[in-house]
Ligand binder design. Structure first.
Ligand code: RIB
Length: 308
């Protein structure tokens, strides 16, 4: 097992503005929310932080705005021991922000304004090529331009570097481009956006995964929230059981899954065990409020893993 695998995240960083509420205002109406939480987020940044907390060496390739959130985001990465040599500030653009609404069942609704994340272009990937070529695993999501995602996948494939793509937020994609990814890891909504197949349960997730493999994807993991995850590749279609908890806030649980999965896989665990472990890591993150702020340390994870 490699003790400190190097994971590079090419992706987004946002500021999360989380409001806890069960009601939503109608046009022209003002109502009270229950509670508010300001935190560092963004799918890319969250996945980087999860991998780092698990024990990986992590580098971020990203863009932030030249507002007060930009330097604070870089400072947050640095404080967490994440390499920011390829995190650039884009002039005249806001940082990515995400107003998030969480109800009393812990379910979230997220609105993302991409801001500077949209300025992360293939030229930034070229500038980080040496770093990318030194990675054990490259992790991506879809809060940056698609051309950058496809470009990075091609570059990684050319150099034999393992990639994990989280196709979030969900959208229709060119599946031929995704054939370059080693792992595509959607949740149910994202799986549906990719395949056009409705996914609300394990049975439908199976049909969807089979369809995606038939369309050229190499390995698909559909995360199923409280129902665990489904692994699909050429040899197997395997349901991996969830780790059950009473969730308080599920925001960022998918990112906790991806970041920790990247770490476990790059550390040398099998696909199945990496998913089992990532299920536990992600479930633990739902016990706290916020995204990165709810991600647990390697020690906390190991205690839960040993006692499961
Ligand atoms: O997956 C959760 C994340 O989605 C939040 O941190 C928010 O910033 C959006 O990117």
């Amino acid at each position: 097992m490699s003790s400190e695998p190097h994971i590079v995240v090419v992706g987004s960083a946002n500021i999360d503005l989380t409001t806890f509420t069960d009601e939503f205002p109608r046009p022209g109406e003002t109502i009270f929310g229950r509670e508010f939480h300001l935190g560092f987020g963004g799918k890319g940044a969250n996945q980087a932080v999860a991998a780092r907390l698990c024990g990986a060496r992590v580098s971020m390739v990203a863009r932030v705005g030249d507002d007060l959130f930009g330097p604070a985001t870089i400072q947050n990465f640095t404080a967490r021991g994440i390499d920011t040599n390829h995190v650039r500030i884009t002039k005249g653009v806001s940082s990515g922000v995400a107003p998030i609404f969480v109800d009393s069942a812990g379910q979230n609704r997220i609105l993302v304004v991409k801001g500077a994340n949209d300025a992360l272009l293939p030229a930034d990937v070229d500038a980080a090529e040496d770093l990318l070529r030194s990675a054990d695993c490259i992790v991506m999501q879809l809060e940056i331009p698609l051309e950058t995602v496809y470009y990075t996948l091609r570059l990684a494939r050319e150099h034999g570097i393992r990639t994990i793509l989280n196709p979030a937020p969900g959208q229709r994609l060119d599946l031929a481009e995704l054939a370059d990814a080693d792992y595509v890891v959607p949740n149910e909504t994202e799986a549906e956006a990719l395949s056009g197949i409705h996914v609300t349960n394990l049975h439908e997730a199976r049909s969807c995964a089979v369809d995606l493999l038939r369309n050229g994807l190499r390995r698909v993991i559909v995360t199923l929230g409280a129902n665990g995850a489904l692994l699909a590749n050429e040899e197997t279609l395997e349901h991996i059981q969830p780790y059950r908890v009473d969730a308080v806030d599920t925001t960022g649980a998918g990112d906790a899954f991806i970041g920790s999965f990247a770490y476990f896989l790059a550390s040398g665990y099998s696909e199945t065990e990496s998913i089992e472990r990532a299920n536990v890591y992600a479930a633990l993150s739902t016990l706290g409020v916020g995204t990165q702020s709810s991600f647990v340390t390697a020690e906390r994870f190991e205690a839960a893993w040993a006692g499961r």
